[in-house]
Design a protein around this ligand. Structure first.
Ligand SMILES: Nc1nc2c(c(=O)[nH]1)N[C@H]1C(S)=C(S)[C@@H](COP(=O)(O)O)O[C@H]1N2
Ligand SMILES: [Mo]
Length: 309
């Protein structure tokens, strides 16, 4: 079910302009209440988001930009390639295993999971460590809801995610040279995983995720650099010890385990102070925790963010 909850990071409907367009969309959502898929083209064009102190206009990135400019190394390191190479990717049938330190280990069929936990829309900023950014109307389920469903144990301290390994579908996984180690893995601390902002996305712009964006289910952690938001997840493993992270293992000086968006801590090879929104010519300032400090700064109280970047 696609619902819109009264959640602080959901932009209230009266702050989204033009309002007529939004109402039209609400009608569509009612019509499609039992499906994740919504017909039609992008219906948002612009919106403003006044809740924060660092208030500035939050303009949705176009559907076209979000679905044709992608980092998905299993397909290619070229950002224009995944949308072309992913045409025959099969996001169904798909199972998601939840295992490790949980009360009950479960293997979900993805559609079964989506019937169990209602989907919500979340409009989030997204900041890649490379210096580009976007604003995406995701559709997804809170990771916390899934973790509560399987039940944590006293040893559930970290969460590890793994992407599908299938060289038949992911051409770069069959190449023994260059690129990164597969399967792609990412991890979160349990309090980060349980934070209400942390989402398992299954759609965007009210439509099912396309393969290039991580179909059928991918992580979205909006206060962290984009590489934490692992795509096409097949397993979630609860662990007692700190989990693996593909980019952190490959280049620990460049990519931290935490990878919180932080304009005051530069990447060794470039500044992180500013970012270029996709579709824009001019750069804008990057916000601490990507603008989500109110929700997540308390998770890092007393942590030296220059050391634990
Ligand atoms: N499995 C997998 N997940 C991944 C990546 C990847 O190469 N493989 N790239 C990451 C990076 S660096 C970014 S910026 C985002 C890009 O997501 P998008 O293509 O939906 O914008 O996905 C992240 N998740
Ligand atoms: Mo990225």
């Amino acid at each position: 079910m696609l619902t819109r909850q009264n959640y602080p990071n959901l932009i209230p409907s009266n702050q989204i302009t033009p309002e007529g367009v939004y109402k039209e969309r609400r009608e569509l959502m009612k019509l499609a209440a039992s499906a994740v898929v919504l017909a039609g083209t992008p219906l948002f064009s612009a919106l403003s988001y006044e809740r924060e102190k660092e208030s500035r206009s939050l303009e949705l990135t176009s559907y076209d930009q979000i679905t044709t400019y992608n980092n998905f190394y299993e397909f290619s390191t070229d950002k224009e390639a995944p949308s072309k190479l992913a045409k025959h990717f099969k996001p169904r049938a798909w199972t998601l295993r939840i295992e490790g330190e949980v009360q009950k280990k479960v293997t979900f069929d993805i559609d079964q999971l989506l019937k169990l936990i209602p989907s919500e829309e979340r409009i989030y900023r997204f900041r890649c460590v490379e210096g580009w950014s976007m604003v995406v109307p995701w559709v997804g389920i809170p990771l916390a809801s899934v973790l509560k469903y399987v039940g944590l144990t006293s040893k559930s301290k970290y969460v590890e995610f793994e992407t599908l390994f299938d060289p038949k579908q992911f051409p770069a996984q069959g190449q023994s040279f260059g690129s990164i180690a597969f399967p792609y893995r990412e991890g979160l601390r349990i309090d980060e995983a349980m934070n209400p902002l942390t989402l398992l996305a299954v759609g965007l712009y009210g439509k099912e995720l396309l393969p290039q964006n991580g179909a059928p289910i991918r992580l979205v952690v909006p206060w962290k650099y984009g590489f934490k938001s692992i795509k096409s997840i097949v397993s979630i493993t609860l662990k007692e010890k700190q989990t693996r992270s593909t980019w952190n293992e490959m280049a620990p000086k460049e990519y931290g385990f935490f990878a919180n968006v932080n304009p005051t801590v530069d990447h060794p090879r470039w500044s992180q102070a500013r970012e270029r929104p996709l579709g824009h010519f001019f750069k804008q300032d990057t916000l601490m925790f990507n603008g989500y400090g109110k929700e997540v700064a308390s998770l890092y109280k007393g942590v030296d963010l220059k050391k634990f970047y």
